[in-house]
Design a protein around this ligand. Structure first.
Ligand SMILES: [Zn+2]
Ligand SMILES: [Zn+2]
Ligand SMILES: [Zn+2]
Length: 326
């Protein structure tokens, strides 16, 4: 059988290829924070149904009192709005009832990289953004997703059993970011750091110490993983007993969550619950070695690259850098 045909068939079965009309958001808005007026609606596209100032305020509040959350959700009488905050600017998307909110959120995050927040032609900027959003949605859903060569290869590799699972690595990123520089160099953190170093090399900027950063003294990396050890015998053979909330019967129950399970059965109502829908209320680590149950296990940081047990010097010896005009 033709590989491509098999891939199509596999995707059809998963519902990844939908037939019929594509679902799209209804409108996009740009909103500004004005220190005197509060949130004021900048532009809308399509233009006919712009937001009221009350709606703009609701959207701003969706980002927290200090506008600290990057993504906000707000329920307006006309529908759900998902917004992206980059103070003082905010971009909001009004969803259609049928829209998949989490897919729109992912595409909004993709979209904002292409929006020029300093544009002096917001009419055209916003129209361009709305069209680009549609392109992004087409590319990342339904048949469009399959035209991505990487997606095609992954589905084929899984069909041919060359790859059986995509596993996560749970890494804490002690990453360095310079949000002040986003307006100039974009939001790719690694690229921003490279440009700042270029500028220092060219004697335009000079760096000075600023705080401490995590840096493994063995390999220089800043990513870390957390490990729990028994506080009594230092064993890392620890079971975690979870207190879970069942969304089906609203009762609590205990379970040990092993790897590689897709659902657990609620002990109260005996119904299966998807692990992605479980709410975890509490966790109690239980040592398999000495039997100690403790809510206060020993926490150890390891370097995510080389596995070194990170001590205080690794966690605090790296030098953070701030950049000044030379
Ligand atoms: Zn239940
Ligand atoms: Zn123990
Ligand atoms: Zn390391």
């Amino acid at each position: 059988m033709d590989c491509n045909f098999k891939t199509q068939a596999a995707l059809s079965k998963t519902g990844l290829i939908r037939h019929g009309e594509e679902k799209v958001p209804k409108a996009i808005y740009s909103i500004w924070w004005d220190d005197n007026l509060g949130p004021s609606v900048g532009r809308s596209y399509p233009e006919m149904d712009s937001l009221t100032s009350e709606e703009a305020l609701i959207i701003f509040m969706g980002h927290g009192v200090n506008r600290e959350a990057e993504i906000g959700y707000s329920k307006l009488p006309r529908g759900l709005a998902i917004s992206y905050m980059k103070p003082p600017n905010c971009i909001a998307i009004l969803l259609d009832q049928e829209d998949n909110a989490s897919a729109i959120e992912r595409n909004l995050l993709r979209l904002v990289k292409y929006i020029d927040f300093n544009s002096d032609k917001w009419d055209t900027e916003l129209q361009r953004a709305f069209e680009l959003l549609h392109e992004l949605i087409d590319e990342t859903s339904g048949a469009g997703l399959l035209t991505n060569p990487g997606v095609k290869k992954l589905v084929e590799d899984m069909l041919e059993k060359r790859v059986s699972v995509i596993t996560p690595k749970h890494v804490l990123r002690a990453s360095v970011r310079y949000p002040d520089a986003y307006d100039y160099f974009g939001t790719d953190d690694d690229e921003v750091v490279r440009i700042l170093k270029d500028l220092e090399e060219e004697d335009i900027l000079v760096s000075r110490t600023y705080g401490r950063r995590v840096e493994c003294r063995q390999c220089g990396e800043s990513d870390l993983i957390v490990e729990l050890l028994c506080p009594r015998c230092d064993s890392n053979d620890i079971h975690k007993v979870y207190t879970l909330f069942c969304p089906k019967c609203s009762n609590q129950f205990h379970a040990v969550l092993m790897d590689d399970i897709a659902e657990v059965t609620c002990l109260s109502c005996k119904q299966p619950v998807k692990v992605s829908e479980l709410a975890i209320l509490d966790v109690e680590p239980l040592c398999n070695h000495c039997g100690t149950a403790s809510n206060d296990p020993r926490i150890v940081f390891r370097c995510a690259s080389c596995g070194k047990h990170l001590r205080g010097a690794d966690l605090l010896a790296g030098t953070g850098l701030a950049y000044y005009q030379k």
